[in-house]
Ligand binder design. Structure first.
Ligand code: UDP
Length: 235
């Protein structure tokens, strides 16, 4: 296997599938199966899921609510998604642990770095819920932060496009696809890979990012097998 320990970032929106809101059970199961496959190969898998399919902090501001309150609501949304993924994985016989950045002890363990690493060493899939546990951050930043903390080899950002383009490929047919790109070029070209906090964390800690299409079955396994799919961002 090319990678021993990975951090997989999935957006909450991806969990919606074709729906307008919430969790699509087929999509959830598909993701659980993909994760199971790589975990069975002996790869240590940590997962961060977003909450955009349920709530984002900015939505609170739009309706006149407090932003910080909204961000905590968003973090709780990620816990809901994380619990759903945990259950889907357990149905497939995968051992998992859900560690949360906000204490919710009836449903998950608190995030403790050493504990997370120990779970991974024992072959359990570790899901990090509640983002960083702090308002004004995103789950992309949580993915970068946790990946650095657990010394993951790479952040795999699963999306619905097959990698990074010079422009939005869904809008611009002339958009150029990058197979490899440096952190510097992403920055200089103003490409949208992750938010700036997340991106800077990865850059400053020399943590490679791979943006890939998570909706194509088998892609996660291809990646850990060393196949060059998606876009690799490195120094
Ligand atoms: N959030 C936060 N701190 C974090 C992670 C998330 O406040 O460390 C909140 C924030 O409001 C965010 C929401 O949770 O909008 C859902 O996360 P995100 O937008 O990253 O989800 P995604 O876009 O990946 O579905």
């Amino acid at each position: 296997m090319k990678y021993k320990r990975i951090l997989l970032k999935l957006s909450g929106e991806a969990l919606m599938g074709e729906q307008q809101y919430g969790i699509d059970s087929n999509r959830l199961l598909q993701y659980a199966q993909e994760i199971k496959e790589v975990s069975r190969l002996g790869v240590e898998v940590a997962v961060v899921i977003g909450g955009g399919n349920i709530f984002r902090g900015v939505q609170a501001e739009q309706v006149g609510l407090d932003r910080v309150q909204g961000d905590y609501m968003g973090m709780l949304a990620t816990v809901i998604n994380s619990m759903a993924l945990q259950s889907a994985l357990e149905k497939l016989g995968v051992y998992t642990r859900l560690l949360s950045g906000i204490n919710i002890q009836q449903v998950c363990e608190p995030y403790i770095r050493r504990r997370a690493v120990r779970h991974l060493e024992k072959g359990r899939v570790v899901i990090f819920g509640a983002g960083t546990g702090n308002p004004y951050f995103t789950t992309d930043s949580a993915a970068a932060l946790r990946a650095i903390e657990i010394e993951a080899d790479v952040v795999l950002k699963g999306t619905r496009v097959d990698g990074i383009y010079s422009a939005d490929p869904e809008k611009d047919p002339e958009a150029i696809f990058y197979k490899n790109i440096s952190f510097k070029d992403v920055f200089e070209k103003g490409l949208n890979v992750m938010d700036m906090t997340a991106f800077t964390l990865c850059k400053e800690n020399n943590l490679p990012i791979i943006v890939f299409d998570m909706n194509t079955g088998g892609n996660l396994k291809r990646l850990v097998d060393g196949e060059e799919i998606g876009t690799l961002v490195t120094m």
